[in-house]
Ligand binder design. Structure first.
Ligand SMILES: [Mn+2]
Length: 415
């Protein structure tokens, strides 16, 4: 059985600043479409079940339309099954929906392939059982059959030999050891990582599915677990990632040298991504214009933030001063949640399931001025919505989208 484990989709989240206004709206729609993309990928890649390990939604205030659209996307991926664990952002909403689904009113019933898996409950799928734990007690009462592949879904963080639920309850690894558990499907931490508990059990967290801002750098996607052999693979699946890129400047650099060095540092970053450029070293004030730099890079990448807090700017009088431009709010989380080593463990040889759709959705219009770039994006969005509203079969919709986007790009269509 092939399991897709994702978490922290945060549908409905408002985005960080640092994007052009029209791109913010587009990005919000892209994130709100995450479930449709996951569902389509799962079906295309013959996934049996998708585990969403908490924070599917960004808040407990989910509009009926959003909920309906999510369920419809999941239902359309049948026979793929979806198990949704409540997180700290959407727990009250999902618990309420689960209660109403259980109460039997047909209007509140979930599609047959969708289940909200709340703490203390489990689902058996063939030789695999999936448990949900939302409290330390839920863990204590897990009875895992030694003959099955046993998964526990939890929402929280790992540090050292300790798992901590999002509400702060701590559970030592000893409580998870020798319980016949094979895989911990975690959510909550926004960068991928893994921790070994015992010979049989590894806790894994895929990180959030999409980079929503500059505090979510690194490879983004989900984990695919094969329950026959226990193997797991990180799969890159985000429409856009945020690349955190360091670049060191020198006091002798001219404005041209600075641009060259920055472009050199960014040469491998695809244009559809967000760039978080960390400058350090020393520059002369008269050679360095962060605002101009930002403006230029925004024509090349989807979003740009420049961190000059590590940069020393020499004023005209040659006295040292630290840069006046400092990173905006919200950055302090970046170092705390981004652990490159842990991410590297999982993401080192990541597959990439976005290649097939990259020409469709990820590409930024080439050589376009800011205005026509915005127009292009807007056209694509209008078209995407038209196709969505037409409610075509997923495969037909994919083809219609592909053809339309190719036409927008001025490509010839093989009809
Ligand atoms: Mn969370």
């Amino acid at each position: 059985m092939r399991i897709l484990h994702c978490a922290d989709l945060h549908i409905g989240s408002s985005l960080e600043s640092g994007l052009l206004p029209d791109r913010t709206a587009l990005r919000r729609r892209e994130i709100n479409d995450s479930v449709s993309r996951i569902a389509a990928m799962a079906r295309r890649h013959r996934i049996d079940a998708c585990l969403i390990a908490g924070d599917l939604f960004d808040t407990d205030y989910v509009t009926p339309e959003t909920w309906k659209r999510c369920l419809a996307a999941m239902a359309s991926a049948t026979p793929v099954r979806f198990l949704i664990l409540p997180g700290n952002h959407d727990g009250r909403f999902l618990h309420a929906r689960e209660q109403r689904a259980a109460s039997g009113d047909p209007a509140d019933r979930l599609p047959s392939n969708v289940k909200i898996l709340t703490g203390g409950h489990s689902v058996r799928m063939g030789s695999t059982r999936v448990f949900a734990a939302e409290t330390a007690d839920d863990i204590r009462y897990i009875k895992a059959d030694i003959r099955l592949f046993n998964i526990v879904m939890m929402h929280g963080t790992v540090s050292g030999q300790m798992f901590t639920f999002a509400d702060g309850t701590m559970v030592p690894f000893s409580a998870l050891k020798n319980r016949n558990l094979d895989y911990g499907a975690l959510g909550h931490v926004h960068a991928a990582g893994a921790a070994q508990v015992d010979a049989r059990l590894t806790l894994c967290w895929p990180g959030c599915l999409e980079a929503r801002g500059y505090d979510e750098p690194g490879k983004k996607g989900f984990i695919v677990v094969n329950t026959e052999n226990g193997s797991r693979r990180f799969v890159r699946a985000a429409l856009r990632e945020c690349a955190a890129v360091p670049c060191t400047l020198d006091r002798e650099d001219t404005e041209g040298d600075i641009l060259n060095k920055i472009h050199q540092s960014l040469q491998d970053i695809p244009e559809e991504n967000l760039v978080y450029l960390h400058l350090d070293g020393t520059v002369k004030e008269e050679e360095f214009s962060p605002a101009g730099l930002q403006k230029m890079l925004l024509q090349e990448y989807f979003g740009v933030r420049i961190d000059t807090s590590g940069l020393t700017v020499l004023g005209r009088g040659q006295q040292m001063s630290t840069a006046r431009v400092s990173p905006s709010d919200g950055d302090e989380d970046a170092t705390r949640i981004w652990n490159p080593q842990e991410e590297a463990k999982l993401a080192a040889e990541a597959d990439d399931w976005t290649r097939e759709e990259r020409p469709l959705a990820r590409k930024m219009p080439e050589q376009a001025s800011d205005e026509s770039a915005g127009e292009q994006i807007a056209l694509r969005e209008i078209y995407r919505e038209l196709v969505r509203d037409a409610q075509l079969a997923p495969q037909t919709a994919d083809e219609v989208l592909k053809a339309g986007f190719a036409a927008l790009d001025g490509e010839e269509l093989p009809l």
